[in-house]
Write a protein that binds this ligand. Structure first.
Ligand code: PEP
Ligand code: MN
Length: 354
C-alpha cells in the first residue's frame, strides 16, 4: 500500500516535470513571437507597452479559463509574462554590454575599449579656475573635461552655475587642451545650449525622472551620460534610458553615482553591484562618478580599484585647482597632487592590460 502511494507520487511528479517542460517551451516560443512584434513596433515607431492589448488578452484568457486556477490567479501569472516580455523587446540584442560609442576626437567608450577617465571641476566658476584645472587634468592624459554650468543645487541660495557663459568657457578650455567636454542639461531650454557647446550631454541624477527632458535628448544624436537617481532602482534607470533610446539616440552611457541609504559616512552609498548588473542587462557602457558617490576624497583611490575590478567602462571625478575655495562640492574635489596620485593608480591598472 505504502509502496503504491509512493509510486503514484513519483508518477505524478514525472507528469508535472513533463508539463513544466512543455510550458517552458511554449513560453520561449511566445517570447520569440514577442521579439518579432518588438521589431515590427520599432519599424512603425509604436510604443512597446500596450495596456489595452494586455486587457484584451486577459479577457480572452478569462473566458477560456476552465480552472482550477481562478481568473485572478491567471491574471497574476500573465502579468509576470507581460512584464518579462517587455524586457525582451527592450533588450532586443539580448546579451549585451556590446555598444561602442564614438565620443569624437578618436575617443571611444564601451566594447573592447580601455576604461576612460572624465575629470574636471564640479562647476565652471571662472576663466582662471577652469584654465588651471583643465591644465593639470590634461597633464595626466585625461581626454574628457567635465564642468557644470547649470547646477542643480539643493539650496536655491547656493551657487547656481554660470549658465551659457560657463558652457562657453568649458568649450574654450576643452579645446585649448585638446579635450572633449561634458556638462549637465537641467531643462529642455538649456539642453539646446549644452548640445551646442559640449561634445557629451549629461543628465544628472535629479533629472533621471524628467521624462520630457529625456525624450528631448532622445531626439539628439550626441552621446549622453545618464546618471542614476539616488533613489532609483536599476530597472528604473534602464527604463529612463529607454525614453532616450526610443527617440532614436542610442549613444547612452549609464552612470552609477551612489544611492541614498542609512549610511552617513559617505555622501551616497556606491552600489558596486549595479555595474555588472547594468552591463549584463543592457548593452550600454557603464561609468561611475566616484566623487558624488563618496562625497569625500580620502577613499577615492580604493574605490577606483574596486570599480575597475568589476569592469567599468569609465570613471568620472571632480577636480579643482583650489578645492577649499570651490563654489560647490569643495569637500569632494581633488587638488592637483591628489589627482596625480589617483591617476597613477589608474594608469597602472591600464598598463596591466586586464
Ligand atoms: C554633477 O555631476 O555635477 C552632479 C550634480 O551629479 P549628480 O547629478 O550625480 O548629483
Ligand atoms: Mn559636484
Amino acid at each position: 500500500m505504502g509502496f503504491n502511494i509512493l509510486a503514484e507520487l513519483e508518477r505524478l511528479r514525472t507528469e508535472i516535470d513533463e508539463i513544466s517542460i512543455k510550458i517552458l517551451n511554449l513560453l520561449n516560443k511566445r517570447a520569440e513571437v514577442v521579439k518579432k512584434i518588438g521589431l515590427e513596433k520599432e519599424k512603425l515607431g509604436i510604443e512597446i507597452s500596450n495596456p489595452l492589448r494586455e486587457e484584451t488578452l486577459n479577457s480572452i484568457l478569462c473566458k477560456n479559463n476552465k480552472g482550477p486556477f481562478s481568473n485572478e490567479a491567471i491574471k497574476r501569472i500573465f502579468k509576470t509574462i507581460y512584464d518579462e516580455s517587455k524586457d525582451i523587446q527592450i533588450n532586443k540584442d539580448n546579451n549585451i554590454s556590446n555598444l561602442k560609442i564614438d565620443l569624437g576626437n578618436g575617443i571611444f567608450i564601451g566594447k573592447d575599449c580601455l576604461p576612460i577617465m572624465i575629470a574636471g571641476p564640479c562647476s565652471v566658476e571662472s576663466e582662471e579656475q577652469l584654465d588651471k584645472t583643465a591644465s593639470f587634468v590634461h597633464e595626466t592624459g585625461v581626454k574628457i573635461l567635465r564642468g557644470g554650468a547649470y547646477k542643480p543645487r539643493t539650496s536655491p541660495y547656493s551657487f547656481q552655475g554660470l549658465g551659457e557663459k560657463g558652457l562657453i568657457l568649458l568649450n574654450k578650455y576643452a579645446k585649448k587642451y585638446g579635450m572633449l567636454s561634458v556638462s549637465e542639461a537641467t531643462t529642455i531650454e538649456n539642453l539646446k545650449f549644452v548640445e551646442k557647446y559640449c561634445d557629451i550631454i549629461q543628465i544628472g541624477a535629479r533629472n533621471m525622472y524628467s521624462y520630457p527632458l529625456l525624450e528631448a535628448v532622445g531626439q539628439l544624436r550626441k552621446p549622453v551620460i545618464l546618471k542614476r537617481h539616488f533613489s532609483a532602482t536599476i530597472k528604473e534607470l534602464l527604463l529612463s534610458a529607454e525614453y532616450i533610446r526610443k527617440g532614436g539616440n542610442k549613444n547612452i552611457i549609464l552612470c552609477e553615482r551612489g544611492i541614498r541609504t542609512f549610511e552617513t559616512s559617505t555622501r551616497n552609498t556606491l552600489d558596486i553591484s549595479s555595474i555588472p548588473i547594468l552591463k549584463k542587462e543592457s548593452y550600454y557602457p557603464v561609468i561611475v562618478d566616484l566623487s558624488h558617490s563618496a562625497g569625500r576624497k580620502d577613499i577615492l583611490n580604493s574605490l577606483l580599484l574596486a570599480v575597475l575590478g568589476v569592469g567599468v567602462d569609465g570613471i568620472m571625478v571632480e577636480t579643482h585647482i583650489n578645492p577649499d575655495e570651490a563654489l560647490s562640492d569643495g569637500n569632494q574635489q581633488m587638488n592637483r597632487d591628489e589627482f596625480f596620485d589617483f591617476m597613477k593608480i589608474f594608469q597602472k591598472f591600464l598598463d596591466l592590460g586586464i
